[in-house]
Design a protein around this ligand. Structure first.
Ligand SMILES: [Zn+2]
Length: 376
């Protein structure tokens, strides 16, 4: 269950990207200081509008903001968008969630207008057809949807690879391993997958055993008045396994007290963090929302990495935040804030607005939105 999640992209940016971001940074600050134009296109201005970029809102088909907000976050996740658009070019395949997504992304990317609204009708009806969980007009969980979407795409791509192999289309080698783990990795894994390592140290014999686990996103617990960094630290805190939770040590051949901790072994290219704001309250017999203030940085470094992690100092840049506004898990509304070419934009179903975080004082409305973001 999710209240909010953040998408970080690995840095550094290329030199070209940096120049562009810096140029846009100044452009937006100038625009927002002087202008009060309401229309996004006017606000950004024709000169400054990023070339080949489109900012399109998505029509809500009855509580589909959970879907719209995730789709926008993914659209502005560049490596993901590029792969989805490239999929469109491939020979026509039978309709799937991925072909529908690819058609949707393509229709945004090829619009003549720079700003507008698009109905993601085909995608939504395909989604409702494929999974009964989403086949209704109720508010759904954005994080569950993200998970479902990424896993469905990965499964589709793996199935296609398998088919291609069976059809003998892969002629790039004489011997191919049947279940080669590398060949099973799809671009969804290349973009989002990281690896956690679960280390357990027996307190009797000191032997350490570790078990790896892949993830497409990281779910972290939230606490009042904290930061993402703090939440991530909590995620990797050492846990002592004792009494009925004792651990079976292979060395001692018996159940022993042990210390367990989880660390990141492989850092993903795109890091999706999910704040667990919806918590099951035993005494209430239902989920409630933890509306704690959790500060998140625009740049993030994961420090809870394992000793053998490759690239442990990798920096991440915040590219999108999906926010749940409202008091409980079964009501409320999802919006997304994304960073595109140095602009910060707010996507609220069919509405798209420019937001400029470093100039909060300029616009009270922006400040209000931002407060919602940090508190929800
Ligand atoms: Zn032991």
């Amino acid at each position: 269950m999710c209240g909010c999640f953040l998408v970080y992209r690995q840095t550094p940016l290329t030199a070209e990207e940096c120049t562009r971001e810096r140029r846009n940074f100044h452009c937006v600050s100038n625009i927002l200081q002087g202008a009060n134009a309401s229309a996004l296109e006017k606000e950004i201005g024709p000169e400054q509008f990023p070339v080949n970029e489109h900012y399109f809102g998505l029509v809500n088909f009855g509580n589909t903001c959970y879907c719209n907000s995730v789709l926008q976050a993914l659209y502005f996740c560049r490596p993901f968008r590029e792969k989805v658009l490239a999929y469109k070019v491939q020979p026509r395949k039978k309709e799937s969630l991925l072909t529908c997504l690819s058609d949707l992304f393509n229709s945004i990317a090829t619009q003549k207008k720079k700003v507008g609204v698009i109905p993601p009708k085909k995608f939504i009806s395909r989604l409702r057809k494929e999974n009964e969980l989403f086949d209704n007009y109720m508010q759904q969980d954005a994080h569950e949807f993200l998970n479902y979407l990424l896993n469905t795409i990965a499964d589709l791509l793996q199935e296609e690879k398998k088919q291609e192999k069976q059809n003998g289309k892969l002629q790039n080698g004489s011997i191919e391993s049947e279940e080669g783990d590398k060949t099973d990795l799809t671009w969804v894994h290349e973009i989002f997958q990281g690896t956690l390592t679960n280390e357990t140290r027996c307190l009797n014999c000191e032997a350490v055993s570790s078990k790896d686990e892949d993830f497409l996103d990281l779910s972290v617990d939230v606490e009042q008045n904290t930061s993402i960094t703090h939440c991530l630290r909590g995620f990797s805190n050492t846990e002592t396994l004792c009494s009925e939770y004792k651990y079976y040590c292979e060395q001692c051949r018996s159940k022993q007290e042990a210390q367990k901790r989880m660390r990141v072994k492989k850092l993903p290219m795109i890091l999706a963090l999910h704040l667990k704001r919806f918590k099951y309250m035993d005494q209430l017999h239902r989920y409630t929302k933890l509306s704690y203030r959790v500060v998140f940085p625009l740049e993030l470094r994961l420090f809870n990495t394992s000793g053998d992690a490759t690239n442990p100092d990798r920096m991440y840049d915040l590219v999108a935040v999906v926010v749940h506004c409202g008091s409980g898990p079964n009501r409320g509304h999802y919006i997304t804030i994304v960073k595109s070419h140095g602009f910060w934009l707010l996507f609220d179903d069919d509405i798209v607005e420019a937001v400029f975080l470093n100039k909060l004082k300029c616009r009270k409305s922006v400040q209000k939105i931002w407060e919602t973001v940090v508190r929800s």
